[in-house]
Design a protein around this ligand. Structure first.
Ligand code: HEC
Length: 146
């Protein structure tokens, strides 16, 4: 019993360290090339499932894109969020879609590209995608009393 306090302190410190080691603090990727990113988006066939606001892509035979990227959002899509959406799609599912449309058993229906997408392709694609998001102030509906 005498050592319980010490034990608990150590446990808390250890838990803190664990979290710290998994922290994204200090994480920074170099800038990509948006033109190369557009090309990668095409040859990796992201267009099987995605449209992008303001872009025209040739259709992929047999596929009907159903998830829109870009367009108006209420706050900026950060670099980190876009990278995460690509390399860890199930971490947070895109908003505004029925869960059954975009996921199965809680997992995103998006393919995992991690084994064959290069880091260069990743940063190029993110560089290409980011400017397609347009931040607008959320519209609040205020009741108007006569
Ligand atoms: C087989 C279909 C499919 C393909 C192919 C696909 N995606 Fe997705 N993607 C999805 C679905 C479904 C979602 C929504 C669920 C989610 O957030 O993971 C999504 C979500 C995203 C999001 C997050 C959108 C948001 O608003 O949060 C990004 C960014 C994205 N995809 C990029 C890509 C890129 C880049 C590629 C090609 C390398 C790609 N996707 C290929 C199905 C696909």
């Amino acid at each position: 019993m005498k050592y319980l306090g010490l034990f608990l302190t150590l446990l808390i410190v250890a838990a803190g360290c664990g979290r710290d080691m998994m922290s994204e603090r200090g994480f920074a990727l170099p800038e990509g090339d948006a033109i190369a990113g557009r090309e990668a988006f095409l040859y990796m066939q992201c267009t099987q499932c995605h449209t992008i606001v303001g872009e025209e892509f040739p259709p992929v035979p047999g596929y009907e894109p159903y998830v829109q990227l870009g367009g108006q959002v209420s706050r900026v899509k950060t670099y980190g969020e876009l990278v995460t959406a690509i390399i860890n799609p199930s971490h947070k599912l895109a908003k505004g879609y029925a869960e059954s449309l975009v996921s199965e058993g809680g997992e995103s229906k998006m393919y995992i590209y991690n084994s064959y997408m290069t880091v260069q392709e990743l940063i190029d694609i993110v560089m290409f995608l980011q400017p397609h998001y347009d931040v607008v102030a959320p519209r609040y509906a205020y009741p108007i009393y006569p």
